[in-house]
Design a protein around this ligand. Sequence first.
Ligand code: GDP
Ligand code: MG
Length: 602
Amino acid sequence: IDVKKIRNFSIVAHVDHGKSTLADRLLEITGTIKPGAENAQVLDQLQVERERGITVKAVTASLNYTYNNETYLLNLIDTPGHVDFSNEVVRSITACQGVIMLVDANEGIQAQTVAVYSLAKKNNLLIIPTLNKVDLPRADPAKVKSQLHSLFKIEPDSVMSISAKRGWGVKELLEAVITRIPPPSVDTKGHFRAHVIDTWHDKYRGVLCLIYIHSGKVQVGQAVKWKSDLKPHTVKFLAMLRPSEDPVEEAVAGQVVMVGCGPKAGGKVGDQLLAKEVGDDDEGSSAPPVKHMVYAGIFPADQSQHPQLSDSIKKLALNDSAVTVTPDSSPALGQGWRIGFLGLLHLEVFTQRLLQEYKAEAILTAPSVPYKVKIKGAKAIKQYKGDEVIVTNPLLLPDVKNIEEYYEPFVIGTIITPVEYIGAVTTLCHDRRGTPLPSNAVDDNMTMLQYVLPLSEVVIDFHDTLKSITSGFASFDYQDYGFHPSALVRMDILLNGILVDELSTIVHTSRLEYNARRLTEKLKEMIPRQMVQVAIQAVVGGKVLARETLKAYRKDVTAKLYGGDVTRKKKLLKQQAEGKKKMRSVANIRIPRNTFIDVLKR
Ligand code: GDP
Ligand code: MG
């Protein structure tokens, strides 16, 4: 394959603007799949993707297309749109030279359009601005073109117009990919060198990796090594993804291909695969490290399930390289893990995948953003191995007398909203301790607002609240803004005097009373009545800030059955016992498992 005939590109857009639908059309038009009405987001293969209607994993498809009597190899990478999965986008982009940036011609520019545009610019990628859904009667291409011009200085002439659903303009778009996006600039003559953009686990073949080849070529049987450990391996499997595997004997610089080196060979996202001959140097690029936005503890419902859960988490973490997994233990929950996620949706998707793909049920603790504290006193500094500690678990906050300063993580939030909701959005951001930055008009009806916001105020339910106060018309995206000093304390929840590990939170002092009241009231609503009375208390450093009492109640599910049917009675009792297993028990009080996340939502 001639490298000049390769185009590596990705489709980026705000969620629901049509990326996966366009991918379907591109697969059809290149003969990769048969055209048909049943092709709906064919690249979204995970069960969670199909159920939620969102893309979670980036997927690659190598397409052949003939243009002006020349056959081109087009590597399409379909990416997720949700902010929680933006690291998938970041990783895909390291293998791309250009992007198709879709904008819904009816909705116009949204917050994630701004985010993906900045990302593409930062990575020097060629951008093909494209209006989608021009078939909709309310589509207004002229207006959206002028938005693109006023926010990004994009010339209206360079904007393509398509309907991914109906296939209009898709051929022209494909030709723009060939004529506008440059071929990869790679070294075809050098030793083989590639970096890993994705990994997944195969039952029989071990770890399979998607790689982007920066230099040289690779063949089945070739001797290779990982940059991270330099141990020798042999390439056993090599395939193009179309998107199903198409085995090849050889692949060259500029290509995106799947490799496997056998069950024990490993492979990690960001690592490099090198020819045996390559020296030990620092050349080559890799994806930037992932920043985790929320942490939560995951524990087996029963300690005997620890080995299975451990195995499932390991395998899933391989496919979802954005998580970090560290062992954790809790007096109440036993041995488990502390896992870092990119956001709450990411956390929910991870646990849903654990359940669906690995049949592993787990207890989840209340999610927390990471905090930072500065330690004072030589002894304490020695104990904590330094004067700064990142706290990913509120329970592990150092003793207050050793803390000199608290820091919390902030983000820059971008909100695009119709002008009539500016008042409501401003109030929301103010309530969430936001500081406004200068705003920008998108057009006569839409405005872009930016705020510096504490991450803890946006991570749980900001997006949902924003949607509901703007009737769904505002969109939101955020980027990291680092740690800044803040006034924080740890608040604990006691049930009948016993600390509930999962419900300790780190709270801004201005929020303390409000959170104490809200948490205790919500717990009272969510915990089912028990055989004994339950006192629910929120405490800070031994001082009770709020208290609720849940009255006792004896629930007998068989009361309605008048004697007689013993088997039915037994069955009901068994069902009740199983229902109890799904609960976490603290001081003999049964708490439904989803409580720990739901209780934090406003
Ligand atoms: P993604 O989140 O960007 O991958 O978006 P999807 O491809 O999943 O599309 C979101 C929704 O928009 C789906 O219901 C599609 O059927 C619909 N859609 C996508 N493209 C078009 C189009 O050109 N016209 C119309 N009318 N609907 C479209
Ligand atoms: Mg999609």
